[in-house]
Design a protein around this ligand. Structure first.
Ligand code: UDP
Length: 574
Protein backbone atom coordinates (compact mmCIF):
# COMPACT_ATOMS: atom_id res chain seq x y z
CA UNK A 1 0.00 0.00 0.00
CA UNK A 2 1.49 3.35 -0.98
CA UNK A 3 2.05 6.00 1.62
CA UNK A 4 0.71 9.02 -0.13
CA UNK A 5 1.65 12.61 0.37
CA UNK A 6 4.28 12.07 3.01
CA UNK A 7 6.67 15.00 2.85
CA UNK A 8 10.44 15.00 2.97
CA UNK A 9 10.40 16.72 6.34
CA UNK A 10 8.05 14.06 7.66
CA UNK A 11 10.37 11.33 6.41
CA UNK A 12 13.26 12.97 8.26
CA UNK A 13 11.27 13.11 11.51
CA UNK A 14 10.16 9.49 11.13
CA UNK A 15 13.67 8.28 10.45
CA UNK A 16 15.15 10.17 13.35
CA UNK A 17 12.66 9.26 16.03
CA UNK A 18 10.16 6.60 15.02
CA UNK A 19 11.56 3.96 12.71
CA UNK A 20 13.28 1.05 14.42
CA UNK A 21 17.08 1.11 14.61
CA UNK A 22 19.70 -1.52 15.40
CA UNK A 23 22.31 -1.17 18.14
CA UNK A 24 24.57 0.88 15.86
CA UNK A 25 21.79 3.32 15.08
CA UNK A 26 21.10 2.05 11.55
CA UNK A 27 17.46 2.25 10.50
CA UNK A 28 16.13 -1.28 10.17
CA UNK A 29 12.46 -0.53 9.61
CA UNK A 30 10.86 1.16 6.59
CA UNK A 31 8.12 3.75 7.04
CA UNK A 32 5.65 1.18 5.83
CA UNK A 33 6.92 -1.43 8.30
CA UNK A 34 6.70 1.13 11.07
CA UNK A 35 3.01 1.86 10.41
CA UNK A 36 2.39 -1.87 10.01
CA UNK A 37 4.05 -2.56 13.38
CA UNK A 38 1.62 -0.08 14.95
CA UNK A 39 -1.51 -1.20 13.11
CA UNK A 40 -0.85 -4.92 13.72
CA UNK A 41 -0.24 -4.38 17.45
CA UNK A 42 -3.31 -2.22 17.98
CA UNK A 43 -5.59 -4.39 15.79
CA UNK A 44 -4.69 -7.62 17.60
CA UNK A 45 -6.60 -6.32 20.63
CA UNK A 46 -9.88 -7.04 18.80
CA UNK A 47 -9.33 -10.76 19.37
CA UNK A 48 -9.60 -10.18 23.15
CA UNK A 49 -13.26 -9.30 22.70
CA UNK A 50 -14.26 -11.49 19.78
CA UNK A 51 -12.39 -14.67 18.92
CA UNK A 52 -13.80 -14.59 15.40
CA UNK A 53 -12.44 -11.07 14.77
CA UNK A 54 -10.53 -10.66 11.51
CA UNK A 55 -7.57 -8.77 13.00
CA UNK A 56 -5.78 -8.73 9.65
CA UNK A 57 -8.63 -6.75 8.18
CA UNK A 58 -8.68 -4.40 11.18
CA UNK A 59 -4.93 -3.91 10.84
CA UNK A 60 -5.41 -2.97 7.17
CA UNK A 61 -8.04 -0.45 8.22
CA UNK A 62 -5.77 1.12 10.89
CA UNK A 63 -2.82 1.09 8.49
CA UNK A 64 -4.84 2.97 5.90
CA UNK A 65 -6.18 5.35 8.57
CA UNK A 66 -2.62 6.42 9.40
CA UNK A 67 -0.90 6.20 6.03
CA UNK A 68 -3.61 8.22 4.31
CA UNK A 69 -2.62 10.81 6.97
CA UNK A 70 -6.28 11.08 8.07
CA UNK A 71 -5.34 10.28 11.68
CA UNK A 72 -2.22 9.94 13.82
CA UNK A 73 -1.95 8.55 17.35
CA UNK A 74 0.32 10.39 19.81
CA UNK A 75 4.06 9.89 19.46
CA UNK A 76 4.54 7.19 22.12
CA UNK A 77 2.07 4.91 20.28
CA UNK A 78 3.95 5.34 17.01
CA UNK A 79 7.30 4.85 18.69
CA UNK A 80 6.58 2.02 21.09
CA UNK A 81 3.69 -0.13 19.83
CA UNK A 82 4.96 -3.61 19.05
CA UNK A 83 8.29 -2.94 20.74
CA UNK A 84 9.72 -4.05 24.08
CA UNK A 85 8.88 -0.78 25.84
CA UNK A 86 5.27 -0.87 24.68
CA UNK A 87 4.28 2.35 26.53
CA UNK A 88 1.74 4.12 24.37
CA UNK A 89 0.42 7.17 26.26
CA UNK A 90 1.58 10.79 26.07
CA UNK A 91 -0.12 12.00 29.26
CA UNK A 92 0.24 11.17 32.94
CA UNK A 93 -0.51 12.85 36.24
CA UNK A 94 1.27 11.77 39.41
CA UNK A 95 0.44 12.71 42.99
CA UNK A 96 3.03 14.40 45.19
CA UNK A 97 2.36 13.67 48.87
CA UNK A 98 3.74 15.64 51.79
CA UNK A 99 6.47 13.25 52.96
CA UNK A 100 9.99 12.49 51.79
CA UNK A 101 8.94 8.96 50.80
CA UNK A 102 6.02 10.19 48.71
CA UNK A 103 7.99 13.01 47.07
CA UNK A 104 10.85 10.78 46.01
CA UNK A 105 8.52 7.97 44.93
CA UNK A 106 6.99 10.51 42.62
CA UNK A 107 10.42 11.56 41.29
CA UNK A 108 11.16 7.92 40.55
CA UNK A 109 7.80 7.30 38.89
CA UNK A 110 8.22 10.39 36.74
CA UNK A 111 11.62 9.14 35.59
CA UNK A 112 10.07 5.81 34.56
CA UNK A 113 7.38 7.61 32.60
CA UNK A 114 9.83 9.96 30.90
CA UNK A 115 12.00 7.04 29.87
CA UNK A 116 8.99 5.59 28.09
CA UNK A 117 8.14 8.78 26.17
CA UNK A 118 5.31 10.11 28.34
CA UNK A 119 4.91 13.55 29.91
CA UNK A 120 3.96 14.10 33.55
CA UNK A 121 1.87 16.66 35.41
CA UNK A 122 1.98 17.27 39.16
CA UNK A 123 0.24 19.40 41.67
CA UNK A 124 2.61 20.51 44.40
CA UNK A 125 -0.27 21.91 46.43
CA UNK A 126 -0.22 19.18 49.07
CA UNK A 127 3.33 20.02 50.15
CA UNK A 128 3.58 22.09 53.32
CA UNK A 129 4.82 25.62 52.82
CA UNK A 130 8.44 26.64 53.22
CA UNK A 131 9.26 27.42 56.82
CA UNK A 132 6.64 25.02 58.20
CA UNK A 133 7.98 22.67 60.82
CA UNK A 134 9.11 19.10 60.13
CA UNK A 135 8.31 16.87 63.09
CA UNK A 136 10.85 14.08 62.57
CA UNK A 137 13.86 16.37 62.31
CA UNK A 138 12.70 19.44 64.18
CA UNK A 139 13.78 21.40 61.10
CA UNK A 140 11.79 23.49 58.66
CA UNK A 141 10.28 22.45 55.32
CA UNK A 142 11.78 23.88 52.16
CA UNK A 143 8.48 24.14 50.28
CA UNK A 144 7.11 23.16 46.85
CA UNK A 145 9.51 25.19 44.69
CA UNK A 146 12.62 23.61 46.19
CA UNK A 147 11.22 20.14 45.47
CA UNK A 148 10.26 21.09 41.92
CA UNK A 149 13.95 21.70 41.35
CA UNK A 150 14.61 18.06 42.29
CA UNK A 151 12.02 16.86 39.77
CA UNK A 152 13.56 19.18 37.21
CA UNK A 153 17.06 17.83 37.73
CA UNK A 154 15.83 14.24 37.52
CA UNK A 155 14.08 15.04 34.24
CA UNK A 156 17.20 16.62 32.86
CA UNK A 157 19.10 13.41 33.49
CA UNK A 158 16.61 11.06 31.84
CA UNK A 159 16.37 11.30 28.08
CA UNK A 160 13.05 9.90 26.96
CA UNK A 161 14.01 6.56 25.40
CA UNK A 162 16.67 8.50 23.52
CA UNK A 163 13.99 10.32 21.54
CA UNK A 164 12.79 13.33 23.48
CA UNK A 165 13.42 14.94 26.81
CA UNK A 166 10.81 14.65 29.52
CA UNK A 167 8.17 17.32 29.84
CA UNK A 168 6.43 18.29 33.07
CA UNK A 169 3.59 20.45 34.25
CA UNK A 170 3.85 21.92 37.73
CA UNK A 171 0.74 23.32 39.34
CA UNK A 172 0.23 25.18 42.58
CA UNK A 173 -3.12 26.28 43.93
CA UNK A 174 -3.45 30.04 44.14
CA UNK A 175 -4.30 29.71 47.85
CA UNK A 176 -1.09 27.85 48.75
CA UNK A 177 1.03 29.95 51.15
CA UNK A 178 4.07 29.70 48.81
CA UNK A 179 2.18 31.08 45.82
CA UNK A 180 4.33 34.22 45.45
CA UNK A 181 7.54 32.22 45.28
CA UNK A 182 5.91 29.85 42.78
CA UNK A 183 4.75 32.65 40.48
CA UNK A 184 8.33 33.88 40.37
CA UNK A 185 10.08 30.51 40.07
CA UNK A 186 10.54 30.67 36.29
CA UNK A 187 11.23 34.40 36.04
CA UNK A 188 14.74 33.48 35.02
CA UNK A 189 14.51 31.69 31.68
CA UNK A 190 17.24 29.24 32.62
CA UNK A 191 15.50 27.91 35.77
CA UNK A 192 13.27 24.85 36.00
CA UNK A 193 13.45 24.46 32.23
CA UNK A 194 11.80 21.03 32.10
CA UNK A 195 8.55 22.37 33.54
CA UNK A 196 5.65 24.36 32.27
CA UNK A 197 4.03 26.00 35.27
CA UNK A 198 0.43 26.98 35.84
CA UNK A 199 -1.44 28.56 38.69
CA UNK A 200 -4.46 26.57 39.83
CA UNK A 201 -7.09 29.30 39.96
CA UNK A 202 -10.30 28.83 41.97
CA UNK A 203 -13.72 30.43 41.50
CA UNK A 204 -13.31 31.92 44.97
CA UNK A 205 -10.14 33.65 43.86
CA UNK A 206 -11.75 35.02 40.68
CA UNK A 207 -14.60 36.36 42.77
CA UNK A 208 -12.11 38.10 45.06
CA UNK A 209 -10.41 39.61 41.99
CA UNK A 210 -13.75 40.90 40.78
CA UNK A 211 -14.68 42.30 44.21
CA UNK A 212 -11.13 43.55 44.79
CA UNK A 213 -10.91 41.85 48.18
CA UNK A 214 -8.31 39.76 49.95
CA UNK A 215 -8.43 35.98 49.81
CA UNK A 216 -7.17 33.39 52.30
CA UNK A 217 -3.98 31.36 52.03
CA UNK A 218 -4.61 27.85 53.28
CA UNK A 219 -2.15 25.63 55.14
CA UNK A 220 -2.25 22.38 53.14
CA UNK A 221 -1.77 20.26 56.27
CA UNK A 222 -4.40 21.72 58.58
CA UNK A 223 -6.73 23.19 55.94
CA UNK A 224 -6.90 26.42 57.95
CA UNK A 225 -6.22 29.98 56.83
CA UNK A 226 -2.69 31.11 57.66
CA UNK A 227 -2.64 34.45 55.90
CA UNK A 228 -4.25 36.46 53.15
CA UNK A 229 -3.30 38.37 50.05
CA UNK A 230 -4.93 40.92 47.79
CA UNK A 231 -6.47 38.93 44.92
CA UNK A 232 -5.92 41.79 42.49
CA UNK A 233 -2.26 42.08 43.43
CA UNK A 234 -1.67 38.35 42.94
CA UNK A 235 -3.57 38.41 39.66
CA UNK A 236 -1.46 41.35 38.46
CA UNK A 237 1.70 39.53 39.49
CA UNK A 238 0.69 36.48 37.43
CA UNK A 239 -0.08 38.76 34.47
CA UNK A 240 3.23 40.58 34.85
CA UNK A 241 5.23 37.35 34.83
CA UNK A 242 3.30 35.90 31.90
CA UNK A 243 3.84 39.16 30.00
CA UNK A 244 7.56 38.94 30.68
CA UNK A 245 8.18 35.39 29.46
CA UNK A 246 4.92 33.47 29.01
CA UNK A 247 4.89 31.81 32.45
CA UNK A 248 2.98 30.98 34.53
CA UNK A 249 -0.13 29.94 32.63
CA UNK A 250 -3.40 29.58 34.49
CA UNK A 251 -5.85 26.70 34.81
CA UNK A 252 -9.33 26.94 36.23
CA UNK A 253 -9.38 24.13 38.78
CA UNK A 254 -13.10 24.27 39.53
CA UNK A 255 -13.88 23.87 35.83
CA UNK A 256 -11.63 20.84 35.57
CA UNK A 257 -13.50 19.33 38.51
CA UNK A 258 -16.93 20.30 37.21
CA UNK A 259 -16.11 17.98 34.30
CA UNK A 260 -14.56 15.27 36.48
CA UNK A 261 -16.81 12.35 35.55
CA UNK A 262 -15.74 10.23 38.54
CA UNK A 263 -15.65 12.59 41.54
CA UNK A 264 -15.77 9.56 43.85
CA UNK A 265 -12.16 8.86 42.81
CA UNK A 266 -10.90 12.19 44.11
CA UNK A 267 -10.14 15.62 42.76
CA UNK A 268 -8.43 16.56 39.55
CA UNK A 269 -5.43 18.65 40.62
CA UNK A 270 -3.32 18.74 37.51
CA UNK A 271 -3.11 18.36 33.76
CA UNK A 272 -0.41 16.84 31.55
CA UNK A 273 2.53 19.06 30.45
CA UNK A 274 0.81 20.98 27.68
CA UNK A 275 -2.43 21.52 29.60
CA UNK A 276 -4.90 19.71 27.36
CA UNK A 277 -5.48 16.66 29.54
CA UNK A 278 -6.75 17.00 33.11
CA UNK A 279 -6.29 13.68 34.92
CA UNK A 280 -6.73 12.09 38.32
CA UNK A 281 -3.58 11.12 40.22
CA UNK A 282 -2.01 8.01 38.59
CA UNK A 283 -4.27 8.30 35.57
CA UNK A 284 -2.88 8.28 32.04
CA UNK A 285 -4.44 9.05 28.70
CA UNK A 286 -3.56 8.29 25.11
CA UNK A 287 -4.29 10.86 22.44
CA UNK A 288 -4.81 10.88 18.69
CA UNK A 289 -5.73 13.54 16.16
CA UNK A 290 -7.76 13.75 12.98
CA UNK A 291 -6.05 15.69 10.19
CA UNK A 292 -8.79 18.08 9.08
CA UNK A 293 -7.09 18.92 5.78
CA UNK A 294 -7.87 15.34 4.73
CA UNK A 295 -11.54 15.74 5.66
CA UNK A 296 -12.22 18.14 2.78
CA UNK A 297 -13.48 17.27 -0.66
CA UNK A 298 -13.20 19.28 -3.81
CA UNK A 299 -16.19 21.12 -5.21
CA UNK A 300 -16.48 22.99 -8.50
CA UNK A 301 -15.30 26.18 -6.81
CA UNK A 302 -13.06 25.01 -3.99
CA UNK A 303 -13.43 22.69 -0.99
CA UNK A 304 -16.03 21.66 1.56
CA UNK A 305 -16.07 19.40 4.61
CA UNK A 306 -16.85 15.79 3.86
CA UNK A 307 -18.83 14.86 6.98
CA UNK A 308 -19.26 11.24 5.93
CA UNK A 309 -15.52 10.79 5.71
CA UNK A 310 -15.14 12.60 9.03
CA UNK A 311 -17.68 10.26 10.61
CA UNK A 312 -15.86 7.20 9.30
CA UNK A 313 -12.51 8.59 10.48
CA UNK A 314 -13.80 9.37 13.98
CA UNK A 315 -15.34 5.89 14.28
CA UNK A 316 -12.08 4.22 13.28
CA UNK A 317 -10.06 6.54 15.53
CA UNK A 318 -12.19 5.81 18.63
CA UNK A 319 -11.86 2.09 17.96
CA UNK A 320 -8.07 2.54 17.58
CA UNK A 321 -7.67 4.63 20.76
CA UNK A 322 -9.78 2.25 22.85
CA UNK A 323 -7.59 -0.63 21.65
CA UNK A 324 -4.49 1.34 22.69
CA UNK A 325 -5.66 1.19 26.32
CA UNK A 326 -5.54 -2.63 26.10
CA UNK A 327 -2.29 -2.88 24.15
CA UNK A 328 -0.54 -0.41 26.45
CA UNK A 329 2.29 -1.55 28.70
CA UNK A 330 1.92 0.79 31.67
CA UNK A 331 4.98 1.92 33.61
CA UNK A 332 3.37 1.14 37.01
CA UNK A 333 0.63 -1.25 38.13
CA UNK A 334 -1.29 1.51 39.84
CA UNK A 335 -1.28 3.53 36.60
CA UNK A 336 -2.61 0.50 34.72
CA UNK A 337 -5.44 0.08 37.25
CA UNK A 338 -6.37 3.76 37.41
CA UNK A 339 -6.29 4.17 33.64
CA UNK A 340 -8.36 1.05 32.97
CA UNK A 341 -10.97 2.14 35.51
CA UNK A 342 -11.97 5.20 33.44
CA UNK A 343 -10.53 4.32 30.03
CA UNK A 344 -10.11 7.96 29.01
CA UNK A 345 -9.11 8.65 25.43
CA UNK A 346 -8.36 12.03 23.85
CA UNK A 347 -9.38 12.34 20.23
CA UNK A 348 -8.64 15.77 18.77
CA UNK A 349 -7.83 17.53 15.56
CA UNK A 350 -4.87 19.01 13.70
CA UNK A 351 -4.61 20.96 10.46
CA UNK A 352 -7.47 23.26 11.43
CA UNK A 353 -5.72 26.42 10.21
CA UNK A 354 -4.69 24.74 6.96
CA UNK A 355 -8.24 23.50 6.40
CA UNK A 356 -9.48 27.08 6.81
CA UNK A 357 -6.94 28.26 4.23
CA UNK A 358 -8.16 25.63 1.79
CA UNK A 359 -11.73 26.76 2.43
CA UNK A 360 -10.62 30.39 2.06
CA UNK A 361 -12.07 31.34 5.44
CA UNK A 362 -10.01 33.73 7.62
CA UNK A 363 -9.12 32.19 11.01
CA UNK A 364 -10.17 35.42 12.70
CA UNK A 365 -13.72 35.53 11.34
CA UNK A 366 -17.19 34.69 12.62
CA UNK A 367 -17.47 32.12 9.86
CA UNK A 368 -14.41 30.28 11.20
CA UNK A 369 -15.86 30.25 14.73
CA UNK A 370 -19.18 28.90 13.42
CA UNK A 371 -17.39 26.20 11.47
CA UNK A 372 -15.25 25.26 14.51
CA UNK A 373 -18.46 24.86 16.44
CA UNK A 374 -19.98 22.66 13.75
CA UNK A 375 -16.91 20.49 13.07
CA UNK A 376 -15.89 19.91 16.70
CA UNK A 377 -19.54 19.45 17.70
CA UNK A 378 -19.80 16.76 15.04
CA UNK A 379 -16.57 15.06 16.14
CA UNK A 380 -17.59 15.11 19.79
CA UNK A 381 -21.07 13.67 19.11
CA UNK A 382 -19.77 11.08 16.66
CA UNK A 383 -16.96 10.12 19.04
CA UNK A 384 -19.38 9.67 21.94
CA UNK A 385 -21.70 7.57 19.79
CA UNK A 386 -18.73 5.41 18.75
CA UNK A 387 -17.72 4.96 22.39
CA UNK A 388 -21.31 4.01 23.30
CA UNK A 389 -21.35 1.37 20.52
CA UNK A 390 -18.06 -0.04 21.82
CA UNK A 391 -19.61 -0.20 25.30
CA UNK A 392 -22.37 -2.43 23.92
CA UNK A 393 -19.80 -4.85 22.54
CA UNK A 394 -17.02 -4.61 25.12
CA UNK A 395 -18.72 -3.27 28.24
CA UNK A 396 -18.69 0.22 29.72
CA UNK A 397 -15.68 1.65 31.56
CA UNK A 398 -15.61 -0.03 35.00
CA UNK A 399 -16.50 3.12 36.99
CA UNK A 400 -19.42 4.03 34.69
CA UNK A 401 -22.08 3.18 37.28
CA UNK A 402 -20.59 5.63 39.80
CA UNK A 403 -19.80 8.28 37.20
CA UNK A 404 -21.69 11.46 36.41
CA UNK A 405 -22.54 9.86 33.04
CA UNK A 406 -24.54 7.00 34.59
CA UNK A 407 -27.97 8.41 33.63
CA UNK A 408 -27.06 8.46 29.94
CA UNK A 409 -26.09 5.70 27.51
CA UNK A 410 -23.30 3.39 28.69
CA UNK A 411 -19.90 4.60 27.53
CA UNK A 412 -16.70 2.72 26.91
CA UNK A 413 -14.60 5.77 27.71
CA UNK A 414 -15.04 8.34 30.49
CA UNK A 415 -13.79 11.05 28.15
CA UNK A 416 -13.49 10.95 24.38
CA UNK A 417 -12.13 14.29 23.16
CA UNK A 418 -9.00 16.38 23.81
CA UNK A 419 -7.23 18.90 21.58
CA UNK A 420 -3.49 18.18 21.70
CA UNK A 421 -0.69 20.42 20.48
CA UNK A 422 0.31 17.72 17.91
CA UNK A 423 3.83 19.18 17.87
CA UNK A 424 5.41 16.20 16.13
CA UNK A 425 2.53 14.27 14.63
CA UNK A 426 1.41 17.33 12.66
CA UNK A 427 4.90 17.36 11.08
CA UNK A 428 4.40 13.74 10.09
CA UNK A 429 0.96 14.54 8.67
CA UNK A 430 2.32 17.70 7.01
CA UNK A 431 -0.36 20.01 8.38
CA UNK A 432 -0.68 22.93 10.79
CA UNK A 433 -0.59 21.93 14.44
CA UNK A 434 -3.72 21.37 16.54
CA UNK A 435 -6.14 24.26 16.31
CA UNK A 436 -3.38 26.87 16.16
CA UNK A 437 -3.27 29.41 13.37
CA UNK A 438 -0.34 29.19 10.99
CA UNK A 439 2.58 30.59 13.01
CA UNK A 440 4.47 31.95 10.02
CA UNK A 441 4.15 31.30 6.30
CA UNK A 442 7.83 30.51 5.98
CA UNK A 443 10.10 29.73 8.89
CA UNK A 444 13.03 27.86 10.25
CA UNK A 445 11.98 25.13 12.64
CA UNK A 446 14.43 24.28 15.44
CA UNK A 447 14.04 20.64 16.33
CA UNK A 448 14.94 19.89 19.96
CA UNK A 449 18.24 18.24 19.06
CA UNK A 450 19.52 21.40 17.38
CA UNK A 451 18.84 20.61 13.70
CA UNK A 452 16.97 23.18 11.61
CA UNK A 453 14.34 22.79 8.93
CA UNK A 454 13.10 25.46 6.53
CA UNK A 455 9.45 25.30 5.58
CA UNK A 456 7.19 27.35 3.31
CA UNK A 457 3.48 26.80 3.80
CA UNK A 458 2.40 24.59 0.87
CA UNK A 459 -1.11 26.03 0.69
CA UNK A 460 0.29 29.53 0.32
CA UNK A 461 2.74 28.25 -2.30
CA UNK A 462 -0.14 26.82 -4.24
CA UNK A 463 -2.00 30.12 -4.03
CA UNK A 464 1.10 32.03 -5.16
CA UNK A 465 1.35 29.66 -8.12
CA UNK A 466 -2.17 30.55 -9.23
CA UNK A 467 -1.21 34.22 -8.87
CA UNK A 468 2.01 33.67 -10.86
CA UNK A 469 4.09 34.81 -7.87
CA UNK A 470 5.64 31.50 -6.80
CA UNK A 471 8.94 32.07 -8.64
CA UNK A 472 9.45 35.51 -7.14
CA UNK A 473 12.44 34.72 -4.91
CA UNK A 474 12.58 38.22 -3.38
CA UNK A 475 8.93 37.96 -2.41
CA UNK A 476 9.40 34.53 -0.80
CA UNK A 477 12.39 35.81 1.14
CA UNK A 478 10.36 38.73 2.38
CA UNK A 479 7.60 36.37 3.56
CA UNK A 480 10.19 34.30 5.42
CA UNK A 481 11.65 37.40 7.01
CA UNK A 482 8.32 38.83 8.09
CA UNK A 483 6.43 35.59 8.69
CA UNK A 484 3.24 37.32 7.61
CA UNK A 485 2.01 38.39 4.18
CA UNK A 486 -0.13 41.16 5.69
CA UNK A 487 2.06 43.94 4.30
CA UNK A 488 2.94 42.50 0.91
CA UNK A 489 1.13 44.63 -1.61
CA UNK A 490 1.83 42.43 -4.63
CA UNK A 491 -0.59 39.92 -3.10
CA UNK A 492 -4.29 40.83 -3.50
CA UNK A 493 -6.03 42.03 -0.31
CA UNK A 494 -8.63 39.24 -0.31
CA UNK A 495 -5.82 36.68 -0.29
CA UNK A 496 -4.03 38.52 2.51
CA UNK A 497 -7.26 38.51 4.52
CA UNK A 498 -7.42 34.71 4.38
CA UNK A 499 -3.72 33.92 4.86
CA UNK A 500 -3.45 35.43 8.33
CA UNK A 501 -0.77 34.18 10.72
CA UNK A 502 -0.68 33.90 14.52
CA UNK A 503 0.58 37.47 14.89
CA UNK A 504 -2.04 38.97 12.58
CA UNK A 505 -4.77 37.57 14.80
CA UNK A 506 -5.85 39.57 17.83
CA UNK A 507 -5.60 37.78 21.18
CA UNK A 508 -9.38 37.94 21.58
CA UNK A 509 -9.80 36.00 18.36
CA UNK A 510 -7.30 33.40 19.53
CA UNK A 511 -9.33 32.96 22.68
CA UNK A 512 -12.68 32.84 20.90
CA UNK A 513 -11.35 30.02 18.75
CA UNK A 514 -10.06 28.17 21.81
CA UNK A 515 -13.45 28.60 23.47
CA UNK A 516 -15.31 27.36 20.36
CA UNK A 517 -13.33 24.12 20.45
CA UNK A 518 -13.52 23.86 24.25
CA UNK A 519 -17.29 23.99 24.02
CA UNK A 520 -17.28 20.58 22.32
CA UNK A 521 -14.29 18.97 24.02
CA UNK A 522 -14.53 16.72 27.10
CA UNK A 523 -11.00 17.46 28.26
CA UNK A 524 -9.16 20.65 27.39
CA UNK A 525 -7.67 22.47 24.43
CA UNK A 526 -3.97 23.09 23.91
CA UNK A 527 -3.64 26.64 22.63
CA UNK A 528 -1.13 29.44 22.88
CA UNK A 529 -2.44 32.98 22.61
CA UNK A 530 0.22 34.90 20.72
CA UNK A 531 0.93 38.53 21.49
CA UNK A 532 3.11 40.90 19.53
CA UNK A 533 6.24 42.15 21.26
CA UNK A 534 4.68 45.55 21.93
CA UNK A 535 1.60 44.14 23.74
CA UNK A 536 1.04 45.57 27.21
CA UNK A 537 0.37 43.92 30.55
CA UNK A 538 -3.17 45.26 30.18
CA UNK A 539 -3.58 43.26 26.98
CA UNK A 540 -2.50 40.10 28.78
CA UNK A 541 -4.85 40.81 31.69
CA UNK A 542 -7.73 41.31 29.28
CA UNK A 543 -6.97 37.99 27.57
CA UNK A 544 -6.92 36.11 30.87
CA UNK A 545 -10.24 37.59 31.91
CA UNK A 546 -11.79 36.86 28.53
CA UNK A 547 -10.65 33.23 28.67
CA UNK A 548 -12.37 33.00 32.05
CA UNK A 549 -15.57 34.54 30.73
CA UNK A 550 -15.62 32.44 27.56
CA UNK A 551 -15.44 29.15 29.47
CA UNK A 552 -11.87 28.09 28.64
CA UNK A 553 -10.23 25.66 31.08
CA UNK A 554 -6.93 27.48 31.06
CA UNK A 555 -4.78 29.89 29.10
CA UNK A 556 -1.23 29.97 27.91
CA UNK A 557 0.12 33.14 26.40
CA UNK A 558 3.31 34.00 24.63
CA UNK A 559 4.58 37.45 23.76
CA UNK A 560 6.92 37.41 20.80
CA UNK A 561 10.60 37.70 21.60
CA UNK A 562 10.13 37.31 25.36
CA UNK A 563 12.08 34.06 25.56
CA UNK A 564 15.41 33.76 23.81
CA UNK A 565 15.01 30.21 22.63
CA UNK A 566 11.81 29.78 20.69
CA UNK A 567 10.82 26.48 19.14
CA UNK A 568 9.52 28.32 16.11
CA UNK A 569 11.42 31.24 14.64
CA UNK A 570 10.48 33.55 11.88
CA UNK A 571 13.53 33.36 9.68
CA UNK A 572 15.10 33.41 6.24
CA UNK A 573 14.61 30.91 3.44
CA UNK A 574 18.04 29.53 2.53
N1 UDP B 1 4.93 15.33 25.40
C1 UDP B 1 6.08 15.00 26.09
N2 UDP B 1 7.30 15.40 25.62
C2 UDP B 1 7.44 16.13 24.48
C3 UDP B 1 6.26 16.48 23.75
C4 UDP B 1 5.02 16.05 24.24
O1 UDP B 1 6.01 14.36 27.13
O2 UDP B 1 8.58 16.48 24.09
C5 UDP B 1 3.59 14.89 25.90
C6 UDP B 1 2.91 15.94 26.76
O3 UDP B 1 2.08 15.31 27.71
C7 UDP B 1 2.06 16.67 25.75
C8 UDP B 1 1.57 15.50 24.92
O4 UDP B 1 2.72 14.66 24.83
O5 UDP B 1 1.06 17.40 26.39
C9 UDP B 1 1.05 15.81 23.58
O6 UDP B 1 1.97 16.60 22.87
P1 UDP B 1 2.00 16.63 21.29
O7 UDP B 1 0.59 16.57 20.79
O8 UDP B 1 2.83 17.79 20.85
O9 UDP B 1 2.75 15.26 20.97
P2 UDP B 1 3.02 14.46 19.60
O10 UDP B 1 2.16 13.23 19.67
O11 UDP B 1 2.73 15.34 18.44
O12 UDP B 1 4.48 14.10 19.67
Amino acid sequence: MAISDISENALKVLEKRYQGKDEDGNVVESVEQMFRRVSDTIARVDANFDNTADTGKVSDEFFELMTSLRFMPNSPTLMNAGRTLGQLSACFVLPVGDSMEEIFDSVKNAALIHKSGGGTGFSFSRLRQSGASVKSTGGVASGPVSFMKVFNAATEAVKQGGTRRGANMGILRVDHPDILEFIDCKANNSDITNFNISIGITEKFMQAVEEQTDYDLIDPKSGTAVGHLSAVKVFELIVDHAWKNGEPGIIFLDRLNRDNVVPSQGEIESTNPCGEQPLLPYESCNLGSVNLTKMLRRTLTGYEFDFRLLEQTVNEAVHFLDNVIEANNYPLDIIAETTRATRKIGLGVMGWADALLMLEIPYNSEEAIRLADKVMGFINNTGHAASARLAEKRGSFPLFSVSTLREGPAMRNATVTTIAPTGTISMIAGCSSGVEPVFAYAFVRNIMDGTEMVEVNPILMHKLETLGLDKDRALLKRIAREGTIAHIEEIPQEVRDVFVCAHDIRPVDHIRMQAAFQNHTDNAVSKTVNFPKEATRGDVREAYLLAYEEGCKGVTIYRDGSREEQVLNIGEVN
